[in-house]
Design a binder for this molecule. Structure first.
Ligand SMILES: [Fe+2]
Ligand SMILES: [Fe+2]
Length: 266
């Protein structure tokens, strides 16, 4: 199968549409939590940012879906936008359910170039998901948070795996659609999107006053894993989460390769 072909488009859009799961946040099996656990969750400085990020991704994707001329890709993009809205709603439900205070931050303006905006959002999801898969596996193994709570979040995490699989194939589809000589330009645009998403993450972390990073580092410390072992865990979890899907779909490569390279030198 050639990336950029009609067959490729049908494959990556159909995989995405067919693997969607119906659920409502309020129907999930939210466990009883002790006050100590709720207090610990409330201390995390990430909630405003998390709700805001999911909401912005939803808005950007909805806007981009509207201008996508191909009906099948539009349907898949709209579904991803809806899943992002549900992530934001699920977080709001979770915070309200346990009485954890948070604020709704004002919307960011939509990017002028919506396709470029989707490239950056997609690159950001590839970076976030790679590490999130490792952190989730770590949390499951640690006694810090009840396993039942982490299991409730599981559908979101696997949804992000579907998103990055879709995004990787969308990158390759768009590239394959370009005339042969212009394909390197597309690869450059994708690299730029990854660089800009990585910079945005570093900026966001410093805006959070380094607290999120410190907390993650502390959890990491508690787990007694070295940075290298953590990268290996992320790589393993990435492979596991991608395993169930059609083998003809391209898997995200850039972030795992870079992380693997860093792991090699650590
Ligand atoms: Fe999301
Ligand atoms: Fe996503």
């Amino acid at each position: 199968m050639e990336f950029g072909s009609e067959e490729h488009k049908n494959l990556f859009c159909r995989f995405f549409l067919d693997s969607h799961r119906e659920f409502r946040p309020e129907d999930l099996p939210w466990p009883e939590l002790s006050q100590a656990t709720v207090n610990k969750l409330a201390e995390l400085p990430i909630w405003d940012y998390a709700v805001h990020t999911e909401t912005q991704v939803h808005r950007k994707l909805s806007a981009y879906a509207e201008i996508e001329p191909d009906p099948l890709i539009r349907e898949a993009l709209s579904l991803q936008a809806e899943e992002e809205r549900r992530h934001a709603d699920l977080l709001r439900y979770f915070l309200n359910h346990y009485g954890i205070a948070f604020s709704e931050l004002p919307h960011d303006p939509l990017p002028r170039d919506l396709e470029q905006g989707f490239r950056r959002t997609g690159a950001g999801e590839c970076i976030d998901s790679f590490f999130a898969f490792g952190f989730i596996a770590l949390s499951k193994a640690s006694p810090d948070y009840p396993l039942e709570l982490i299991e409730v979040m599981e559908p979101i995490v696997q949804e992000e795996a579907r998103h990055i699989l879709f995004i990787q194939n969308w990158f390759l589809y768009r590239r394959g659609q370009r005339p042969f000589l212009l394909r390197p330009l597309h690869s450059f645009e994708v690299l730029l999107a990854f660089a800009s998403a990585a910079c945005a993450r570093l900026r966001d972390m410093s805006n959070l006053g380094g607290q999120a990073l410190t907390l993650q580092a502390r959890e990491h410390e508690n787990s007694s894993l070295s940075a290298r072992q953590f990268i290996h865990l992320c790589l393993r979890e990435n492979r596991r989460r991608m395993r169930g899907y059609d083998r003809r779909l391209a898997r995200p490569r850039l972030v795992p390769r870079l992380a693997g390279l860093i792991g090699f030198f650590l």
